[in-house]
Design a protein around this ligand. Structure first.
Ligand SMILES: [Zn+2]
Length: 361
């Protein structure tokens, strides 16, 4: 990808099965480049998929991008790795991915609505064409375009991330609840968060939302791409045991979708039901202070529970911060100093109905 003279980055794509075969799945790791558990899970996937390929067990095509953000891997500031935001302009690497909906709707207008199989092929071709024509004026845009070009005609897109300190959780489109809950059950997710549009076009929605929008105009069109952001716990959760278990769960999901030979094992008992992302409650610091959490990620909180104390070191005042909704505490920050307005923790509840941009910055 382009950069300053003398500097360059490249993206690695590993393919298992026939490149033109269907179904097609794309899995990518660490679009936020400092989310290392995702890269470790990709490393375990690489071993498992290599073994399955050698045994002739791959059906369809599986693409694995073991590190999705070479730009972010190369960013350090004052001794700290910064992989979430582009240091060039401060934009989050998982926002502002190209939205191809309008281009594809224009391209297929009047041509779909006859035969679902033919319609899906037509929409996929239009998505590929629109993705191929995307312009880029800076390296991060080039990277985002490239990732979308790789994944856009996939049946399955799994974008592997992690949160700061977190329980296993995932995000998906509301109409794909059943598949999201199936993936959640396999991974042992403690929150499955659904939205139609979480705001600012994260990568998973760049792949799946065009289908959802098209389907509103053409109700017979299948939702032919299931896409999910999988949050593989917290940024320090990098054990081989967890990563291998997660990789096996992802392989099992692909097997259930027909990408890997063999009879799927019975689905494990899910640890949660899906909840609306709009019902996820952020616990926000009203002022600066020392944060003392009362609960670990994965804890169930009743409405009104104290999530954390916020201590003002100047006045000595201790302010308990409570949640309004009951739900699962699925993520919290990894630092213990709050700045005013900082989101300290997130609770998967059902009683709130937030609007606007639903993801953390
Ligand atoms: Zn992330």
């Amino acid at each position: 990808m382009p950069g300053a003279p003398g500097g360059s980055h490249h993206l690695q794509v590993l393919r298992y099965g026939d490149a033109d075969a269907r179904p097609k799945a794309t899995l990518q790791a660490a679009l936020h480049a400092d989310e290392i558990p995702a890269m470790l899970v990709a490393w375990h996937l690489r071993t498992l998929l290599g073994e399955l390929e050698a045994a002739g067990q791959i059906r369809g095509c599986i693409q694995l991008v073991p590190y999705a953000n070479p730009l972010g891997l190369d960013q350090h500031l004052l001794g700290q790795h910064e992989g979430r935001f582009d240091l060039r302009d401060g934009v989050n690497f998982n926002r502002l991915h190209p939205d191809l909906s309008a281009a594809v709707m224009a391209q297929v207008a009047g041509r779909v609505g006859h035969d679902p199989e033919r319609d899906v092929a037509l929409v996929r071709a239009a998505l590929r064409e629109a993705a191929a024509a995307l312009p880029a004026t800076h390296p991060a845009q080039h990277l985002k375009n490239r990732l979308v070009q790789l994944a856009i005609d996939s049946d399955i897109v799994l974008d592997l991330h992690c949160d700061s300190e977190a329980a296993m959780h995932l995000y998906a489109l509301t109409p794909q609840r059943a598949l999201a809950e199936e993936l959640g059950a396999l991974l042992g997710a403690q929150a499955v968060l659904l939205a139609e549009d979480s705001g600012d076009s994260p990568f998973d929605e760049a792949c799946s939302r065009p289908w959802n929008l098209l389907r509103q105009q053409h109700p017979g069109l299948p939702l032919a791409c299931f896409s999910s952001t999988v949050e593989l716990r917290g940024e320090a959760d990098t054990s081989h045991e967890l990563a291998r278990r997660d990789a096996l769960a992802l392989v099992e999901f692909l097997r259930r979708r027909g990408l890997i030979a063999g009879t799927p094992a019975p689905l494990p008992q899910p640890l949660c039901e899906a909840t609306p992302l709009a019902g996820s409650e952020p616990i926000t610091a009203p002022r600066a202070g020392v944060v003392v959490f009362h609960h670990a990620p994965g804890s169930w909180l009743e409405a009104g529970s104290v999530v954390a104390d916020l201590i003002d070191p100047e006045t000595g005042e201790l302010l308990p911060l409570r949640c309004h909704s009951a739900g699962r505490l699925y993520a919290r920050i990894a630092t213990r100093w709050a700045t005013p307005g900082k989101r300290l923790a997130k609770i998967a509840g059902t009683s709130l109905a937030r609007t606007g941009k639903l993801l953390s910055p």
